[in-house]
Each structure stands twice: as structure tokens, then as C-alpha cells.
Ligand binder design. Structure first.
Ligand SMILES: Cc1cc2nc3c(=O)[nH]c(=O)nc-3n(C[C@H](O)[C@H](O)[C@H](O)COP(=O)(O)OP(=O)(O)OC[C@H]3O[C@@H](n4cnc5c(N)ncnc54)[C@H](O)[C@@H]3O)c2cc1C
Length: 379
């Protein structure tokens, strides 16, 4: 047997799973089709938002608390600044469901926060053009994560605890036997007791039964230069933000590179047929709505991006991940479909995967992430 546990895909989820398993003393082999920390999947682009007060629902807060502690651990172990505690500012009208979820998160879980009325919001953060009736909720526990160094740090920790990680080694087949799993990767066959699929947007290729419930989306990040002093958008003055105004969903982070504010603009770039259709190229006309949103909401930035980059992510229909045993075998786990908001929780999901793999359970309620929750696809 090559290892007790084989991890397929070493992006955010796979690297954290390998780290947590190896740290617990398990023998681990990990496969990554590209180089470690590569920029073609879901876990690259210089920064990721971390939020405690959660637009997607207060039920995530225990998971986010666990993640926050593990981000702290990984930062200390790696000696790197993986988390920038900028806070995270949610902007929107208070009656929006996502703003209500933020308020429910802070109320139910006693999170540090400030609610800013429209005047306070405009005065404190003049970089944002506030629309009528919009409030700000500053989530003091929020901030910015650095994805590429985080993946590399988790891989380094996994290796330090004895994991064997194989970059540039693509898994092409997985076969289950009574007492083992046979994995073909890079033309060689490996064996393990249990396999953990963390293949991100490529998951549907390896998991055909789950494929009808997974879609692949390109997500585009854009970097805009301030017209004035970039220091006005530095992390001490301009927290990470997430904003919903008139159907536009925009998020961004302060200047980290000395010259630009990164923004992301969700739900305007459609779906890809599958991960093989990924391309780094984009018809620049498709960036127009992003420039328009920047002009309307962040008027101190030049509305033409300095640069953009295309990534991709796996989505489920309810935008909740699948974190579960793979139906039909007791030798496989799956972590997939993080739907544009998984990175911040990656170390917690790595811990959960390790607990499921080693002990068969975890103390967090994973019912909403079950692999069998989806209705059967229409014939
Ligand atoms: C542009 C963008 C912005 C985002 N912003 C945020 C944010 O602000 N906050 C947040 O919390 N989340 C955010 N997300 C979501 C978050 O980044 C993802 O949910 C998370 O990174 C998913 O990680 P993953 O490990 O599932 O996928 P990936 O990182 O893509 O990892 C999958 C890995 O598997 C490898 N692989 C696939 N198939 C094989 C194979 N056959 N053999 C070997 N290796 C294989 C791939 O090469 C890849 O490295 C964002 C996502 C994107 C794309």
C-alpha cells in the first residue's frame, strides 16, 4: 500500500486536507496535475475575502471560527502573513437577505462589529459612493487571505509531517477493490485505503455520479488603479468589502501591491461546459459591466482595469459545497462545489475531511453539505 489516504487535487481543499491528515500522523499521498500553488483553478488571484458575519447564513459561523483558528496556526507555522486583519465591510440596504444574514450572524454569535448608517458610512469610507438607504456593517473579524502562499504553506506542512505530494501528476483512473483503491496517476498505479477527491472545478470528470449537480464557472478578477493616492485604499483605511446594490454584486480588497484595488464581480461571466474549456483569454468587452460598476460605486478608481485574470470554480445548484462520503463506496470522500466562497473555510474543511477519514465523523453538522441531497436529474 502506498499510503492510507490518497488526496486527488492539491488546491485549497486538498492541500489543507493533506496537512491535517499528515499532522494527525496518517500516511498520505497527494496528486496535483499542475505545479503546487498554480493559477488555473479556484485558489489563486493574490487575495481572498475572509468574513465572519456571513451573507450566506449564520449557520456558517462555527465553521468560520474553526477556520480562523487554523489560519492563525498556519500563519505561525509557516512564518508568513497569510491573513490581513482589515475587517470586512458589507454594504447594502438592510432589508436585503444577505444583509439580514450578516446581522443574524453578529447577533446570534456575538461577533465584533459596527453598524454604520448611510451618513457614517459615507463619512468613514468616502471611497465608496453610497446609495440611498444603504448601510455598512463592519465585520471586525474579517480580512484578506493570501491564497497562493497559503496553499504552498499547507503543502509544506503536509510534507514536514511525512506526506508524499506529487505535483504535475494527473490522476486518470480510480478503481475500488474490497480492501483498497487503485489510482492511476502520471502513468503509474498507486494504492491507498481511502481516496479523498478535492479536484475543484475538475471534480465532475472524476465523479460522474455527481456531475449532474456540478457546474463550472469562470470567475474574473480585475485590478483598478486609484486616480489619486493609493494610500487612500490601503488596508488601514479601506477594509475588504462586499456590496450588493441594484442587483450588482461586487467585492474587493485594499491595495496589496502598492498600486491597485482588486475587485471581483460575480454572476456575469456565465458557465463553462467543463473545466477543459478553461481559457485565460477574455473578450475585453465582457469587462464593461465591471468598469461601469466601478464608475458608479468606487468613483475614485480609474474605470479601465490595469489587468484582469480568469480563474474558475465549481458550483452546486444551492451554492453549498458537497463535503461527504462518496455514495456507493466506503473508501472515498468528496469535497467539491464550493460555489465561490470556500477559500476562507479551507483549513476547517481540511480538518473535517481528516476527521471523517480517520474517525468516521465530525462534531460539525454537515447535513446541508450531503452528497445525496440533490433531486435525481430528469431522465
Ligand atoms: C476568482 C475567485 C474569487 C474567489 N473569492 C473568494 C473569496 O473572496 N473568499 C472565499 O472564501 N472564497 C472565494 N472563492 C472561492 C474559493 O477560492 C474556492 O471555493 C476554493 O479555492 C476551492 O478550492 P478547491 O480546492 O475546491 O479547488 P482548486 O483550488 O481548483 O483545487 C483543485 C485542484 O485539483 C487539481 N486536480 C483536478 N483534477 C485533477 C486530477 N485528475 N489529477 C490531479 N490533480 C487534479 C487541480 O489542478 C487543482 O489544483 C473565489 C474563487 C474564485 C475562482
Amino acid at each position: 500500500m502506498d499510503a492510507d489516504f490518497a488526496v486527488i487535487g492539491l488546491g485549497a481543499m486538498g492541500s489543507m486536507t493533506a496537512w491535517q491528515l499528515a499532522r494527525a500522523g496518517a500516511s498520505v499521498i497527494g496528486f496535483e496535475q499542475y505545479g503546487l500553488g498554480h493559477d488555473r483553478g479556484a485558489s489563486a488571484g493574490e487575495s481572498r475575502l475572509f468574513r465572519m458575519a456571513y451573507h450566506e447564513g449564520a449557520a456558517y459561523v462555527p465553521l468560520l471560527r474553526r477556520a480562523r483558528e487554523l489560519w492563525q496556526d498556519l500563519s505561525e507555522l509557516s512564518g508568513q502573513r497569510l491573513f490581513h486583519p482589515t475587517g470586512c465591510l458589507s454594504i447594502g440596504r438592510p432589508e436585503l437577505p444577505q444583509m439580514r444574514n450578516v446581522l443574524a450572524s453578529v447577533d446570534e454569535h456575538g461577533l465584533d462589529h459596527e453598524v454604520l448608517d448611510p451618513e457614517q458610512l459615507a463619512a468613514r469610507y468616502p471611497q465608496h459612493l453610497v446609495h440611498d438607504g444603504e448601510i455598512g456593517i463592519l465585520d471586525s473579524g474579517g480580512g484578506v487571505l493570501r491564497p497562493e502562499p497559503a496553499v504552498l504553506a499547507a503543502c509544506a506542512q503536509a510534507r514536514e509531517h511525512g506526506a508524499r505530494l506529487l505535483p504535475r501528476t494527473r490522476v486518470t483512473a480510480v478503481r475500488y477493490e474490497d480492501d483498497r483503491v487503485r489510482i492511476t496517476a502520471g502513468g503509474t498505479e498507486y494504492t491507498a485505503r481511502t481516496v479523498i477527491f478535492t479536484a475543484g472545478p475538475w471534480s465532475e470528470q472524476l465523479l460522474p455520479d455527481l456531475a449532474p449537480h456540478l457546474t463550472v464557472r469562470p470567475l474574473v478578477l480585475t485590478w483598478f488603479a486609484p486616480a489619486g493616492d493609493p494610500a487612500d485604499y490601503a488596508e488601514d483605511r479601506f477594509p475588504a468589502f462586499i456590496r450588493d446594490t441594484e442587483g450588482v454584486h461586487l467585492f474587493g480588497v485594499p491595495v496589496l501591491d502598492g498600486m491597485s484595488v482588486k475587485t471581483g464581480f460575480a454572476d456575469v461571466f456565465g458557465d463553462l461546459p467543463d473545466a477543459e474549456a478553461y481559457t485565460r483569454d477574455l473578450d475585453e468587452r465582457r469587462l464593461r459591466p465591471v468598469g461601469e460598476a466601478v464608475r458608479r460605486f468606487l468613483p475614485g478608481l480609474h474605470p479601465d482595469p490595469l489587468r484582469y485574470a480568469v480563474y474558475m470554480e465549481g458550483y452546486t445548484p444551492d451554492r453549498t459545497a458537497v463535503v461527504d462520503r462518496l455514495p456507493g463506496t466506503d473508501r472515498a470522500l468528496v469535497l467539491a462545489g464550493f460555489s465561490g466562497h470556500g477559500f476562507k473555510m479551507a483549513p476547517a474543511f481540511g480538518r473535517i475531511a481528516a476527521e471523517l477519514a480517520l474517525h468516521g465523523g465530525t462534531d460539525l453538522d454537515l447535513t446541508s453539505m450531503s452528497a445525496t441531497r440533490f433531486p435525481a436529474p430528469a431522465a
